[in-house]
Design a protein around this ligand. Structure first.
Ligand SMILES: [Cu+2]
Length: 128
């Protein structure tokens, strides 16, 4: 009886070890299923007078890294609801990260006076 108990304990330990090893191997071979901490990068180009793309679509909860570049003169890109206010100039990009935690349509606009069409520089961030 004692021997049987010991044997059973030994077998259980061996089984546990094998299972643990198998899990370790699996973890090493397969990419993790958990979401990556990295933000999704979205690039926007500003120009006189607009944004390309003018509509940005994201999913609620996504972490976004917004990168702004300009094709001509200095421009800005502001999305007040997400605390974003980028400023870009010739040869210089600007970026900001935010979590799209609110659903809806949010307009963004140029925050740097850039000419006669400055007031028309608008776009839409759609969070689904
Ligand atoms: Cu402007």
């Amino acid at each position: 009886m004692r021997m049987t108990t010991k044997l059973a304990a030994l077998l259980a330990t061996a089984l546990l070890l094998i299972t643990a090893c198998a899990q370790l191997t699996t973890d090493g071979e397969q990419p993790s299923e958990t979401p990556l901490p990295d933000a999704r990068e979205i690039r926007v180009e500003a120009f006189q007078f607009g944004f390309e793309p003018a509509t940005i679509e994201v999913t609620q909860g996504e972490r976004i890294r917004l990168v702004l570049a300009t094709r001509d003169v200095p421009h800005g890109l502001a999305i007040p609801e997400f605390g974003v206010n980028l400023a870009t100039g010739e040869g210089r990009e600007d970026s900001a990260e935010f979590v799209a935690d609110k659903k809806g349509e949010f307009s963004f606009y140029c925050s740097i006076p850039c000419g006669s069409g400055h007031g028309k520089m608008r776009g839409t961030l759609v969070v689904r």
